[in-house]
Design a protein around this ligand. Structure first.
Ligand code: PXP
Length: 240
């Protein structure tokens, strides 16, 4: 059964909507841990639209499972991560106008800068992951750059409409897992996974971990974070 990383960004999104101090993403992280989360993920965006520097620092001090920081390769963010030293750093593409991370990082195109950032983050003690589409050349480039993990973008599956699109998305992920593992990489998955669509990807052999945010935080509004995480864990167990 794959591990479950919970992305708590959208708890901070609700707080930032009013600029107050609630709900606190740090509380959400503790509740997620009590619900069985194997890791806590946050994305410190350059525009600080949800998670703030303070959140990252308090999470570093309080999270007892793996702490995973999603980040762009921008120098100021890399410097912050070097100081924070999260257990894992996941490199993601970032555009200010996007609603959320859309698609994977183009490792082939930014190979030199990614290689440099991976080495800086490894020097700070972080295990480095690259969030990429399930494309062979991208997976190979991530391995060449020194990443130990690839997180395959599951949006292709989440957004697939027709049976044909669904089949193609699942087979691209299965292929990606095989290529990644053959290169000695750990292979994670994330983006767009929900209680309704997670079964098929959870059933693929070889995923180490899923990172899930929006759907779990949405359910937590009604049932609480601890229960929402527990329900997602049960699905991974049932289908994994
Ligand atoms: N993995 C990565 C790398 C992401 O950027 C995101 C979105 O922040 C997620 C997983 C979680 O996606 P979702 O919120 O759609 O579950």
């Amino acid at each position: 059964m794959a591990l479950l990383g919970i992305n708590i960004d959208h708890v901070a999104t609700v707080r930032q909507a009013r600029g107050t101090d609630e709900p606190d993403p740090v509380w959400a992280a503790s509740e997620a841990e009590l619900g069985g989360a194997d890791g806590i993920t946050f994305h410190l965006r350059e525009d600080r639209r949800h998670v703030q520097d303070r959140d990252a620092r308090v999470l570093r001090e309080t999270v007892s499972v793996k702490l995973n920081m999603e980040m762009a390769i921008a120098p100021a963010i890399v410097a912050f991560a070097q100081e924070l030293r999260p257990d894992q750093a996941t490199l993601v593409p970032e555009r200010r106008e996007e609603l959320t991370t859309e698609g994977g990082l183009d490792v082939l195109r930014h190979r030199d800068s990614i290689q440099r950032v991976v080495s800086e983050l490894r020097g700070a003690g972080c295990t480095v992951s690259a969030f990429i589409e399930p494309i062979e050349d991208q997976i190979r480039a991530a391995a060449d750059c020194g990443c130990a993990i690839v997180e395959l973008w599951t949006g292709g599956w989440a957004h697939a409409g027709t049976a044909d699109e669904k089949e193609k998305a699942i087979s691209a992920l299965a292929n990606g897992i095989e290529i990644g593992r053959s290169l000695g990489l750990a292979v994670d998955g994330g983006h767009g996974l929900t209680y309704r669509n997670v079964a098929a990807v959870a059933g693929l052999k070889g995923f180490r971990e899923f990172n899930i945010g929006h759907s779990v935080v949405s359910r937590a509004v009604f049932v609480g974070m601890r229960a929402a995480v527990g329900q997602m864990k049960s699905l991974l167990e049932k289908h994994g």
